[in-house]
Design a protein around this ligand. Structure first.
Ligand code: AOF
Ligand code: ZN
Length: 365
């Protein structure tokens, strides 16, 4: 095994260390918004001498932590950064200057920063200072890592993902009900990655809110409950008062919510037109980069939002979790048979992975 690992490293050192940087960046999953997750390793004579990642907006960038970790060993070393080092004063000073000051010899960059304030100026600055720069190592991986940040930078809109769980015979399952035991921690990690989660009030129950993660300091997304009509007003009697701030309810204009909603101090937004565009507009005002539309059992209740998402190009990604269950439904045990097929959407850049006992399929629209 050792021989094989060595061969991989020798074959492509740059790729190997870039993947390490991405791994490090992921330690801050869900915590950096509106900033991207970034990881950095400093390598000297074939050894990693410094590691760092960006933990949170307002805190130092990945390069700064890695350089601190490396100390004097950074001199003449190679720095691997998953995103182009910044060359501007934001909440923190430019990383390019820190790398130059530390006298690194070479900088390997996963991808250029789509932020117009940076956009290749970091690369130019490093080259000007005589540092050898390589750009685009493991670029796809680095892009996936910060897909919501890239989308927000390029379009000014949040990145929207739609997720649901299926049995192997094609029936929708509730991740909190039938599917809970099988998820292998995948679902709660997914929730943690997004700034906000949209859920239909028909799917809302007293089991809510599902903590994205119990770990201290973990990101807690804002739950956006959508109630279209009177009968769909959410029941919040079981909601602990301390969780009220994690939730906001969007209602259509004729919906009357339970008095408890106001008593618990839950924010309610009344919209003339309860559509995805308006909800995303709100998310934008909050500075959110990513939104997950979460379908539990009541997939019908969010159909209109999804339709709009697809038609208006507001939806970017689909995540399907196939659970190892064969379930019986009102329609019997067979998958639903469609008589009239409508529009076909071809998923791009499909990826599959296994988590616990389920298969996760991710694709882009
Ligand atoms: C890096 N390394 O680890 C990150 C970068 O307000 P600031 O100072 O945190 O700057 C935020 C911008 O810096 C952000 O929009 C993105 O362009 C870049 N993020 N750059 O060199 C990092 N997180
Ligand atoms: Zn920086």
């Amino acid at each position: 095994i050792r021989t094989r690992c060595q061969v991989v490293q020798e074959d492509n050192d740059d790729g190997f260390y870039m993947r390490k940087s991405v791994e490090l960046a992921r330690k801050a999953i869900g915590c950096t918004s509106p900033n991207p997750m970034v990881g950095c390793v400093i390598v000297k004579d074939g050894k990693v001498v410094g590691r760092g990642f960006h933990p949170k907006a307002g805190q130092p960038h990945a390069e700064v932590f890695a350089l601190r970790d490396a100390g004097n060993l950074a001199e003449n070393a190679t720095a691997y950064v998953s995103l182009e080092p910044c060359n501007h004063y934001g909440r923190t000073p430019p990383c390019t200057e820190a790398l130059i000051k530390a006298k690194v010899k070479r900088v390997v960059i996963g991808m250029v920063d789509p932020n117009p304030i940076v956009a290749s100026k970091g690369v130019d600055r490093l080259r000007e200072a005589g540092i050898e720069v390589t750009v685009g190592v493991e670029e796809e991986l680095c892009k996936r890592l910060i897909e919501s940040y890239i989308h927000k930078m390029l379009t000014g809109k949040p990145f929207v993902t739609f997720r649901y769980s299926l049995s192997v015979n094609g029936h929708i399952l509730d991740q909190l009900g039938e599917g809970a035991a099988e998820s292998g921690g995948y679902y709660s990690q997914l929730l943690q990655e997004y700034d906000a989660i949209i859920l239909s009030s028909a799917s809302f129950s007293d089991e809510f809110p599902v903590p994205a993660s119990q770990e201290p300091g973990a990101n807690q997304p804002l739950w956006i409950i959508v109630a279209r009509n009177h009968s769909s007003s959410p029941h919040i009697s079981g909601l602990p008062i301390e969780d009220a701030g994690k939730l906001i309810i969007f209602i259509g204009k004729e919906v009357v919510v339970e008095p408890e909603v106001a008593q618990k101090g839950i924010e309610t937004v009344v919209l003339d037109e309860l559509n995805l565009n308006s909800i995303l507009e709100y998310c934008n005002q909050q500075g959110f980069c990513s939104v997950l539309v979460d379908s539990r059992r009541n997939i019908d209740a969010i159909e209109e939002l999804l339709q709009e998402g697809i038609e208006q190009d507001l939806l970017q990604k689909i995540v399907v979790e196939v659970l190892p269950l064969w379930v019986e439904s009102n329609n019997g045990i067979l998958p639903v048979v469609l008589k009239n097929l409508g529009k076909r959407l071809e998923m791009k850049k499909l990826q599959t992975k296994i988590s616990g006992k389920s298969v996760i399929i991710e694709g882009y629209i």
